[in-house]
Design a protein around this ligand. Structure first.
Ligand code: UDP
Ligand code: MN
Length: 329
């Protein structure tokens, strides 16, 4: 009995091997990457272009998959047209100081790697400066250069900064989109001294109304974050003024262009605004805590840091120009 089974097995064995080899040949195509290629890949297309993701077309399994003989030309599956990538509008207030160009350089180096990003740079100044104009012209980024000075009475420690500049950015956005149907877009307030991971832009791009995420090195703690339960924001992890309705830093949220346009009066306020309440005062006008969309893995990943640049030591800088050349720093 045993020997009969053995002989059957050896007769079938070559056939089993042939079937295995054929299956193997057909599936031996380049394996897809484990994680999809990020669409902010800096090397996909040229400057300022829509750097779209490299997409695999055609199914690897499922009903669309067919067995075809090698060398038989198979009809190429038609790639579906991509929906337009929402534009990320980054509003950056900036002011003249020794580290300004260094900060802007760092920021531009990040932004240049993000697809479909429009930089709205707003100078806190009575006019657009030569330094920033020259810098932007060479930055290789779609950008808009605005300026508005902060009134002298508001330039005091303890008062919120950059209120007028953020509002100027909002006004520009509303003006630009007033006549056309809103293209998909996301607005984000990007201070010039923070540190932004590229992943952050991937997260915020899918904002439907208002999205939120943790911010590192802020509020006297290593991080602050929205507390999330069942996909909803239910509170805030913060060490500073936990009574804020939205205990979140400026770098911790993004707003869809649609929301900005349908709330034309939502702006940052000077009057009645207490220190640290800028974000809450603004967000209150456009959303509720229940409505917030948590990003960054239910607000468990820090993708942006509220870094602050140390004041530079210029103790040995001469009073009058001594060098033989004039150098922009
Ligand atoms: N800023 C400005 N004018 C000022 C002070 C600050 O436009 O007088 C800008 C600054 O360049 C940054 C943002 O406002 O993009 C926030 O300022 P800062 O980083 O000093 O504030 P903090 O980090 O302390 O909130
Ligand atoms: Mn800052």
């Amino acid at each position: 009995m045993k020997s009969v089974l053995f002989s059957r097995f050896f007769i079938l064995l070559p056939w089993i091997l042939i079937v295995i080899i054929m299956l193997d040949v057909d599936t031996r195509r380049p394996a897809p990457p484990l994680t999809p290629r990020p669409y902010f890949s800096p090397y996909v297309m040229g400057r300022g272009g829509a750097r779209l993701p490299l997409r695999r077309v055609g199914p690897d399994s499922g009903p669309g998959r067919r067995w075809v003989k090698r060398n038989e030309s198979r009809p190429q599956p038609q790639p579906r047209p991509e929906p337009p990538l929402p534009t990320i509008y980054a509003i950056t207030p900036t002011y003249s100081r020794p580290v300004q160009k260094a900060e802007l350089t760092r920021l531009a180096n990040t932004f240049r790697q993000v697809a479909q990003l429009h930089w709205i740079l707003v100078e806190d100044a009575v006019a657009r400066s030569e330094l920033v104009s020259r810098f932007l012209a060479r930055a290789g980024l779609p950008s808009t250069h605005l300026h508005v000075p902060t009134p002298r009475r508001y330039k005091r420690p303890g008062l919120p900064r950059a209120t007028e500049q953020r509002n100027a950015g909002l006004a520009w956005l509303r003006q630009r989109h007033q006549h056309q149907r809103a293209q998909p877009g996301v607005l984000f307030f990007a201070d010039d001294d923070n540190t932004y991971s590229l992943e952050l832009f991937q997260e915020m791009r899918t904002t439907r109304k208002v999205s939120v995420w943790p911010v590192g090195l802020v509020g006297g703690r290593r991080y602050e974050r929205p507390l999330v339960e069942n996909g909803k924001v239910v509170g805030w992890y913060t060490g500073w003024r936990a009574d804020r309705p939205f205990a979140i830093d400026m770098a911790g949220f993004a707003v869809s262009l649609q929301v900005i346009l349908s709330n034309p009066k939502a702006v940052f306020k000077r009057r009645g605004s207490q220190p640290g309440m800028q974000e809450s005062d603004f967000l209150k006008q456009i959303t509720t805590v229940e409505e917030l969309e948590p990003k960054a893995n239910n607000c468990t990943k820090v993708l942006v840091w509220h870094t602050r640049t140390e004041k530079v030591n210029l103790a040995n800088e001469p009073k009058y120009h001594l060098d033989t050349v004039k150098i922009e720093v």
